[in-house]
Design a binder for this molecule. Structure first.
Ligand SMILES: [Zn+2]
Ligand SMILES: [Zn+2]
Length: 245
């Protein structure tokens, strides 16, 4: 009885407020909310099997995916792995662009759902103890008015019941824009940019960012978290870009 009423009610909601794909506005079938349409989903390029097992850098050649990339071999990163929904192109790139720069904050749920699925497929998946978004400096936050990584982190934490502290990892120094800088200049630019408000006590932290390119930002954040007492830092990003982007 109750189920029937609920079903009728949800059909009524579909009728009055038909839900559409947040990316292309195609009408979704009834019972679908906060999700991308099949066309947009098929426009997302998953990471190739051949990639670095630590930093998820896609390899150019198909063979030999079990080895680390040159960068991770030279210097072991402070995080244990990187998970991404896909490559930074196509539908994923447009979705991130709208989510980050065009105020489309309602993309937080469908994007967080994709990221959660990418994390949960790992056979050894366990929810983390804490989810921490890459912070924006206060001046950047005022300009942008919201931190897209925090919005994602909150949507990710809710179904797992994992806390998302917002002012634990702080960006204490504004950095010059990273665009157009070489990898080593990016690392240098971010040195000492992040700090913890309170030490951690051995928690396993999942660090959230939108796009990983050179990895300079997540490297610096993960380093601050490990130095501050995290027992493990893993990274989840919406998209992974090859380094030459
Ligand atoms: Zn669509
Ligand atoms: Zn690597």
């Amino acid at each position: 009885m109750l189920a029937t009423i609920r079903q009728q009610f949800s059909s009524l909601v579909d009728l009055l407020l038909p839900s559409t794909c947040p990316l292309c506005s195609t009408r979704l079938g009834s019972g679908h909310h906060d999700t991308f349409c099949p066309d947009c989903l098929s426009g997302i390029t998953p990471l190739p099997e051949a990639r670095c097992p630590l930093c998820a850098l896609p390899f150019i050649t198909e063979q030999g995916s079990a080895h680390l990339c040159g960068e991770c071999l030279r210097k072991r990163p402070p995080f244990s792995r990187v998970t991404a929904v896909g490559i930074y192109d196509g539908a994923l790139r447009s979705a991130i662009h709208r989510f980050k720069y065009q105020g489309a904050i309602d993309l937080d749920q469908p994007l967080a759902d994709l990221l959660r699925q990418s994390l949960e497929v790992a056979p050894d998946f366990n929810p983390p103890d804490l989810i921490i978004p890459v912070p924006l400096h206060a001046s950047r936050l005022r300009e942008r008015t919201y931190n897209q990584s925090l919005l994602l982190a909150r949507k990710l934490g809710r179904p797992w019941g994992v806390p998302v502290p917002t002012r634990r990892l702080l960006r204490i120094r504004p950095s010059e824009t990273q665009q157009g800088l070489s990898a080593s200049a990016r690392h240098h630019n971010l040195k000492g940019a992040f700090a913890l408000s309170d030490p951690l006590q051995g928690e396993r932290v999942l660090l959230i960012d939108d796009v990983m390119t050179t990895g300079a930002t997540v490297h610096e954040c993960a380093r601050a978290l490990r130095a501050g007492g995290a027992s493990e830092v893993s990274v989840a990003v919406l998209a992974r870009a090859p380094r030459h982007h």
